[in-house]
Design a protein around this ligand. Structure first.
Ligand SMILES: Nc1ncnc2c1ncn2[C@@H]1O[C@H](COP(=O)(O)OP(=O)(O)OP(=O)(O)O)[C@@H](O)[C@H]1O
Ligand SMILES: [Mg+2]
Length: 313
C-alpha cells in the first residue's frame, strides 16, 4: 500500500533522510517515531507528493508519487505538520472547497463535510473564521480536511499536537476507528498513544531506521525482559552473590541508598514474575527486604535507548 525504497532527501549538506526502506500494508496502522529533526516530516512530505526526493522511490497504492502525483493525492488524506488553512475562510466553506478540490462530487459535498466535521468534533465551529480558531481547533479542521474525501490511506504528521488531553483521547479513538478500514501512517512524540493505536512502529534517528516491528516484540527483542528493583540490608557482597545466582538474572546494578540500605536493580532475559525468587535470595543471604518492585520496559524506554543513548555514544 505504501512502499518506500531507499529514500534519500538532502538539503544542501544536511541529510534529512538517509536512504530508508519500509512498507505499510493495506489496513495497517503504523506509527512513525523519532526525535526532533529525525526526518519524519520530510519523509511524510515526500510520501504525499508535496516534496520531491533526492533519490529513491515511493509508491502509494502501487502508483509512483513522482509521476502519478495527482492520482496519489486523491487516494491520500494528509495532515501536515503545520496545518495550512486559510485564515479568512469559514470552517465549512474551507472544507467544501477542499472536498471539491479532492474530487468529491457536488451532490456529495455537504454530506462529506458534515461527516468530517462530526468525526473531528468541530461541528459547532463550522461558521467560525479559521484564523480565529484556537490551535487545537485548527488541528481538528486539518484532520477534517484529511478525511473529507474518505481516502483509503491516511498520512498524519503529529495528529494530536496542540490538543488538550480530552481531545487527544477523542482523536486517538478517531484514528483507531479510521484504522479499521484504512491504511494509516502517523508520526507522534507521544509513545503511549502510538502504542495504543499502532500495530507496528518504525523508529527513525538522524534519517535512518533504527527499529521496525510490533512494539511488544521490539521491546522484548531489545533485551527487554523484566527488571526487578529491590532494597535490602545485610552484608552487601553476600546479598549481591545470592542475587546474581537467581535463575535467569542477566545483569545486576547495586547502589547505596544513603541510609544504610542498598538498592539492587536486576534484569532478566525472560519475561515472568521474578519477585519471589529475588526475595528468597535476599533472605537466604541473611538480608531483609524493605521494597520490591517489578517493571516491564515500555516503548518509551526502547525509544530513549535507541535515540538518546546511541546519539550520545
Ligand atoms: N526545507 C528545508 N531546508 C533545509 N533543511 C531542512 C528543510 N526541511 C527540513 N530540514 C532539515 O531536515 C532534518 C529533518 O527535519 P524534519 O522536519 O523532517 O524532522 P522531524 O523528524 O519531523 O522533526 P520534529 O519531530 O521536530 O517535527 C532537520 O535537520 C531539518 O533541519
Ligand atoms: Mg516533524
Amino acid at each position: 500500500m505504501i512502499e518506500v525504497d531507499q529514500l534519500v532527501k538532502r538539503f544542501g549538506d544536511v541529510v534529512a533522510v538517509g536512504g530508508i526502506t519500509f512498507r505499510v500494508d493495506e489496513g495497517e496502522v503504523v506509527g512513525f517515531l523519532g526525535p526532533n529533526g529525525a526526518g519524519k516530516s520530510t519523509t511524510l512530505k515526500i510520501l504525499t507528493a508535496y516534496q520531491p526526493a533526492t533519490s529513491g522511490s515511493v509508491r502509494i497504492a502501487g502508483l509512483d508519487v513522482l509521476t502519478r502525483s495527482l492520482e496519489v493525492r486523491e487516494r491520500l488524506g494528509y495532515l501536515p505538520e503545520n496545518v495550512p488553512v486559510y485564515p479568512d475562510m469559514r470552517v465549512e466553506e474551507y472544507l467544501r472547497f477542499r472536498a471539491l478540490l479532492k474530487g468529491v462530487g457536488r451532490k456529495e459535498v455537504s454530506a462529506a463535510v458534515d461527516s468530517a466535521l462530526d468525526r473531528c468534533g468541530c461541528r459547532e465551529m463550522r461558521r467560525r473564521m479559521i484564523g480565529k480558531l484556537s490551535k487545537g481547533y485548527r488541528q481538528r479542521v486539518g484532520l477534517a480536511d484529511a478525511i473529507v474525501h474518505d481516502p483509503p490511506i491516511l498520512i498524519l504528521d503529529e495528529p494530536t499536537s496542540g490538543l488538550d488531553p480530552n481531545q487527544r483521547v477523542e482523536v486517538r479513538k478517531l484514528i483507531a476507528s479510521l484504522g479499521e478500514d484504512k491504511t494509516v501512517l502517523l508520526s507522534s512524540h507521544i509513545l503511549a498513544e502510538v502504542e495504543a493505536v499502532a500495530e507496528r512502529v518504525v523508529i527513525v534517528r538522524k534519517g535512518e531506521i533504527v527499529a521496525d516491528g510490533r512494539p511488544r516484540e521490539l521491546v522484548e527483542g531489545a533485551g527487554g525482559g523484566r527488571h526487578v528493583t529491590v532494597e535490602a540490608d545485610g552484608e552487601g557482597a553476600s546479598v549481591e552473590g545470592a542475587l546474581r545466582a537467581v535463575p535467569g538474572a542477566t545483569e545486576l546494578v547495586a547502589a547505596e541508598t544513603g541510609d544504610g540500605w542498598r538498592r539492587y536493580e536486576l534484569s532478566f532475559g525472560e519475561a515472568g514474575d521474578h519477585r519471589l525468587a529475588v526475595a528468597e535470595a535476599v533472605a537466604r543471604a541473611g538480608g531483609r527486604v524493605r521494597e520490591l518492585t517489578s517493571s516491564t520496559p515500555t516503548l518509551e524506554d526502547l525509544f530513549r535507548r535507541l535515540t538518546v543513548e546511541e546519539a550520545a555514544a
